[in-house]
Design a protein around this ligand. Sequence first.
Ligand SMILES: NC(=O)C1=CN([C@@H]2O[C@H](COP(=O)(O)OP(=O)(O)OC[C@H]3O[C@@H](n4cnc5c(N)ncnc54)[C@H](O)[C@@H]3O)[C@@H](O)[C@H]2O)[C@@H](O)CC1
Ligand SMILES: Nc1ncnc2c1ncn2[C@@H]1O[C@H](COP(=O)(O)OP(=O)(O)O)[C@@H](O)[C@H]1O
Length: 310
Amino acid sequence: MYLSSFLPDPDTKSKQQKVEKGMDKGGGKNTSAYALVEGSDILKLLKPRADFSHKGTYGHALIVAGAAETMGAALLSAKGCLYGGAGLTTLSIPESGLTALNTSLPEVMYLDRDALGLIKKDATDKYNAIAIGPGIGKDKQAEKILEQLLKAKRALILDADALNILSSRTDLLSNILPHSILTPHLKEFDHLFGEHKNWESRLETAVTKAREMQIVIVLKNQYTFIIDEQGSVFINPTGNPAMAQGGMGDVLTGLITAYIAQGHTSKDAAVLACYFHGKAGDELAARYFNVTASKIAMQIPKTVRRILNR
Ligand SMILES: NC(=O)C1=CN([C@@H]2O[C@H](COP(=O)(O)OP(=O)(O)OC[C@H]3O[C@@H](n4cnc5c(N)ncnc54)[C@H](O)[C@@H]3O)[C@@H](O)[C@H]2O)[C@@H](O)CC1
Ligand SMILES: Nc1ncnc2c1ncn2[C@@H]1O[C@H](COP(=O)(O)OP(=O)(O)O)[C@@H](O)[C@H]1O
């Protein structure tokens, strides 16, 4: 299998670049740097829900998301996190979203956005995973919140508007801690790291940046590329065009946050989340012409159960 099968570009030199099946074979020092994620890899990564475990066992996730007009993005991320199995999920949104949160996701806790300004390193210690970005907007207030969270010196999951803010505040890039996860789609990636003529060069930049910054980059597309801190590329084979609807990335961010909260490494959390997100979409697409982001989130526990039962 060649890299070109996973890229939309028709005519790149990547035709010759080999992709190994399975995460064990690819990405290692002496083997191909491109590995196709398989169901068997996922089974090895999943942690069981153990006897005598409780909500504390599965971590506390904080998601900073939403603005008055884009509260939906915040709710979708929280939904992804909840259905992804985090022990506790706290959503930091503007107060105007509180009723919507309590009525649509009663399991999720609320942290007032203004209180977030008071967050110091100690206050973030109680969270096992912190994500910021979906629907927060790009205004000065959103910029300030991002800056403050970066100062808390925690690895973060950075998505959507957090990436857009970073594109215009590149001085903040140096505050991103190792093992943080960036989840750009094509446009967000190019805004952040410069325009690219094709996917192959975009992928090369992603590998360079992931190594340089010691982060994980989830470069979203029909086949999402997960690039780890060593620059190894894991290709996610699940997902389909029925999923091409707004809010899909917000759910993915929540799901990644859930896996980090449950104690996975950044690379494993990204691989698990992308695989199940796409797999849930594939299962739903067998019955529905298009699938909504909410439906994907709610499908996740069924998809995980089915894969474990195999
Ligand atoms: N219910 C809600 O409140 C929703 C809020 N959202 C949030 O709203 C904010 C802005 O989202 P927007 O959709 O306006 O901006 P985006 O930057 O996500 O998309 C802008 C445009 O870029 C193009 N684009 C996106 N992905 C692409 C890809 N993979 N390849 C090629 N072109 C691509 C599309 O034409 C799209 O209209 C984000 O923070 C996002 O999280 C969205 O997630 C949608 C749902
Ligand atoms: N054609 C497709 N095939 C597979 N996955 C897709 C397809 N279209 C979108 N997706 C998935 O949906 C998500 C879209 O993310 P993003 O563009 O950030 O959405 P949004 O900003 O609307 O939440 C990504 O995870 C992407 O892989």
